[in-house]
Design a protein. Structure first.
Length: 239
């Protein structure tokens, strides 16, 4: 499996498109964090809410990216070649998941860092005491990396299910559906325990769910997706 992971990472490093995508995501976060787009925060709570929204946007895009890339491999037929070299489809799926977990961790931490580097200085300039100590910033970055890893792997598995680059649409629609479904609240407060809503808790930017339970629940969701892939998606014919 190590050879498959190395080959996938090499492809991501050498194809310029992926670098442009990463730069595009950084630009997207920076623009959305700028005060002239969504308005400057006027309180510490608004600053935290803005960072939480940016973290969710960043990690949704990370998961969508992973789903798109893996789905595109199926559309182009390169997965068939991989299966000839490595007949174990489970190991191929696991290699994809591990690869995009690593990519997702790095990319999510970078995007979270870009968001804080934009939002926090603006808040400080407006004399808003956000209460963010260096330890809090490290916690947000670490949480973003962990969530990026989990949902990056989930995105790769969703790409294996959809077998089409449009798999990124599944991730985006899933996230939007969660947001729309929870706008008016949900019975029993279940909204806070949905996958993309757990991002706030896992990054310590929400008090609804603590960090460790949020990450634990995300790992449960990932395990459920992996089981679905193993028992339903992988046995299917490629044609």
């Amino acid at each position: 499996m190590r050879a498959m992971i190395s080959a996938e990472l090499l492809r991501l490093r050498t194809v310029a498109t992926h670098r442009w995508i990463a730069l595009g995501l950084l630009a997207l976060i920076a623009v959305n964090a700028a005060p002239f787009v969504n308005g400057a925060a006027t309180s510490a709570d608004e600053v935290v809410a803005q960072l939480r929204g940016l973290a969710q946007l960043a990690i949704v895009m990370v998961a969508a990216y992973a789903a798109h890339v893996v789905g595109d491999e199926f559309r182009r037929g390169s997965v068939a070649t991989t299966y000839l070299r490595h007949p174990s489809r489970g190991r191929v799926a696991a290699a994809h998941a591990v690869t995009y977990a690593a990519v997702g961790a790095v990319l999510a931490a970078l995007l979270a860092g870009a968001a804080m580097a934009t939002v926090l200085p603006v808040a400080a300039g407006d004399h808003i005491d956000t209460g963010f100590a260096p330890a809090d910033i490290v916690l947000v970055l670490a949480g973003s990396a962990l969530v990026g890893a989990v949902l990056g792997a989930a995105g790769a598995l969703i790409g294996a299910v959809a077998r089409h680059p449009g798999a990124m649409g599944i991730v985006v629609v899933w996230s939007v559906s969660e947001s729309l479904a929870t706008q008016g609240g949900t019975r029993g407060g279940i909204a806070h325990y949905l996958p993309f809503q757990l991002i706030g808790g896992a990054t310590s930017l929400s008090d609804h769910v603590a960090v460790l339970p949020a990450i634990g629940l995300l790992l449960v969701y990932l395990a459920l997706i992996a089981l679905a892939v193993r028992h339903w998606a992988l046995p299917r014919d490629l044609t």
